[in-house]
Design a protein around this ligand. Structure first.
Ligand code: SAM
Ligand code: DTB
Ligand code: SF4
Length: 332
């Protein structure tokens, strides 16, 4: 149960404030993040989500981290869009595995209008199972966002990935402005926004802060903020990136928690190579959602028995599904 007074929401964070936050002594930073976290969430609850790649590989974009781009030789086999029945079967398995949220991802630059009927069917059928639904299909037009909302989609995931300054070092086939345009279409449709990025792509601390400032100073905070640690994929331009310092990663989570107090901060990609201790620090820093299940989209995630043992050691309980209706009307 939340145990402190609510923290006011701000959309006017300055660079100097954010730089000072990320540079705090570690214990001070974690204490601030915990205080904010406990004002809005039960600190022992974590939302369990499962990911499914509904269309894998063959993507025309050149995101330098991604196994699914046709620009790089990663050995990944491209597939067609899955049938709705297969997606529903995977969603049932996700429920049996303990998930309350189901995120469907497609390796598209943007959905073709002819794909919209199929993805909308998937949304309605998965939602009918009682799962919170999220999709990530690339850039959306205003009309496509409206159709997904109508089909019942709760969240749309579209990441800014990194700071505006570092963006051009990672992706050349679409701009940061393209991403912001899609995010505006999602926001205007009434769906909740899931938007975050990746740490460990060779960016500096000022880029990490730049990304968090961009997110926290949007007119509304994304309801969900995934923070991914780079999964290094051999064959991609970022496949040989320098190792990410675990404590630096925890700092990004803590600053995200402090700047976006009511958002769900998602410890996304990267748990498979994190120790139990590092994951525990991420939860202490305010992360309260994760992906469970052996696979993310194309890379590995911890096995269920290993995860279950960690939840038992940490006393973590799965979060019940969160109502969204009034959140979308303006509390974050
Ligand atoms: N094609 C769609 C798009 O990019 O908008 C949706 C799928 S894409 C895989 C979703 C997000 O996953 C990316 O924006 C990126 O932040 C994250 N991601 C992809 N590959 C990753 C990797 N190797 N390590 C960490 N995060 C990754
Ligand atoms: C997000 O920010 N992380 C998830 C979800 N959104 C779609 C994807 C992580 C993908 C990790 C690399 C892979 O498995 O291909
Ligand atoms: Fe395509 Fe998405 Fe991968 Fe970029 S991150 S290459 S858009 S699948």
């Amino acid at each position: 149960m939340p145990s402190h007074s609510p923290v006011p929401l701000r959309h006017d964070w300055t660079r100097a404030e954010a730089d000072a936050l990320i540079a705090l002594p570690f214990s001070d930073l974690i204490f601030r993040a915990q205080t904010v976290h406990r004002a809005h969430f039960d600190a022992n609850e974590v939302q369990m989500s499962t990911l499914l790649s509904i269309k894998t590989g063959g993507c025309p974009e050149d995101c330098g981290y991604c196994s699914q781009s046709t620009h790089f030789e990663t050995g990944l086999k491209a597939t067609k869009l899955m049938e709705t029945g297969e997606v529903v079967a995977a969603a049932r398995r996700a429920i049996e595995g303990g998930a309350s949220r189901f995120c469907m991802g497609a390796a598209w630059r943007s959905p073709k209008d002819r794909d919209m009927d199929a993805v909308c069917d998937m949304v309605s059928e998965v939602k009918a199972l009682g799962l919170e639904t999220c999709m990530t299909l690339g850039m959306l037009t205003r009309e496509q966002a409206g159709r997904l909302k109508e089909a019942g989609l709760d969240y749309y995931n579209h990441n800014v990935d990194t700071s505006p300054d570092y963006y051009g070092k990672v992706i050349s086939t679409r701009t940061m402005q393209d991403r912001l345009d899609t995010l505006a279409h999602v926001r205007d449709s009434g769906m909740a926004v899931c938007c975050g990025g990746i740490v460990g792509m060779g960016e500096g601390e000022s880029d990490r802060v730049g990304m968090l400032l961009l997110l926290a100073n949007l007119p509304r905070h994304p309801e969900s903020v995934p923070i991914n640690a780079l999964m290094k994929v051999p064959g991609t331009p970022l496949g040989e990136s320098a190792p990410l310092d675990g404590l630096d990663f925890v700092r990004v989570i803590a600053v995200a928690r402090i700047m976006m107090p009511r958002s769900v901060v998602r410890l996304s990609a990267g748990r498979d190579f994190m120790s139990e201790e590092l994951q525990a620090l991420c939860f202490l820093a305010g992360a309260n959602s994760i992906f469970i299940g052996d696979r993310l989209l194309t890379t590995n995630n911890p096995k269920k028995d290993k995860d279950d043992a960690l939840w038992a050691k940490l006393g973590i309980k799965p979060m019940a599904p969160m109502p969204l209706a009034d959140e979308v009307s303006g509390t974050r």
